[in-house]
Structure formats: structure tokens, C-alpha cells
Design a protein around this ligand. Structure first.
Ligand code: ZN
Length: 95
């Protein structure tokens, strides 16, 4: 058996949760490309806190996945998630 994929993931390229949230926001705002999208998706896949603490759950994951595949997300859904993220980010930064 060779090196496990899990070791690679946990030791390198770890994305911080608050940074991941900002990226999600930028992504929804149309500022990120497909490569960034894949990184966000990977983080959400393996990060429980993002989904639980920030209350973003499967709705966001589904939206990211669709958008990664170049599908246009419904504006109402996009807007509501962006609002939720911006409230969360302000809370984090404000202490
Ligand atoms: Zn996270």
C-alpha cells in the first residue's frame, strides 16, 4: 500500500474555515473560477464545523456542486446563502 490520500489532505493545503466561508461568498458573487470551486467543495466535504456551526448544511453543498458544474444557481437561493454568510463573517470578525 502507498501513501494514503487522507494523510495528504490533512497535512497540506488545509483551508481555514473562515477563509473557506469568504471564498464561498466570493464564489457566489461570481469572482472565483472552477479551480477554486473544487477547493471549496473539498473543504465542505470534510469539514463538519462549517456545516454545523455556520448552519449552511446540505443546501450550500448542493448549490456549490451545481455551480461547479457550470449550472446557474437560482438567484433567490444564491442571495439567501450570501446573506447568511455575510452575517456569519461579520460576527466572526467583530468578535
Ligand atoms: Zn470548515
Amino acid at each position: 500500500m502507498g501513501m494514503g490520500e487522507r494523510d495528504k489532505l490533512s497535512s497540506a493545503g488545509r483551508t481555514d474555515c473562515s477563509e473557506a466561508l469568504l471564498r464561498v461568498y466570493e464564489f457566489l458573487d461570481g469572482e472565483l473560477g472552477p479551480g477554486e470551486c473544487a477547493k471549496i467543495q473539498a473543504h465542505l466535504d470534510e469539514c463538519g464545523p462549517c456545516l454545523n456551526e455556520y448552519n449552511l448544511d446540505t443546501t450550500l453543498k448542493a448549490l456549490i456542486k451545481r455551480s461547479c458544474n457550470a449550472e446557474h444557481a437560482p438567484d433567490a437561493l444564491r442571495t439567501s446563502i450570501m446573506t447568511r454568510i455575510s452575517m456569519t463573517v461579520f460576527r466572526i470578525e467583530g468578535g
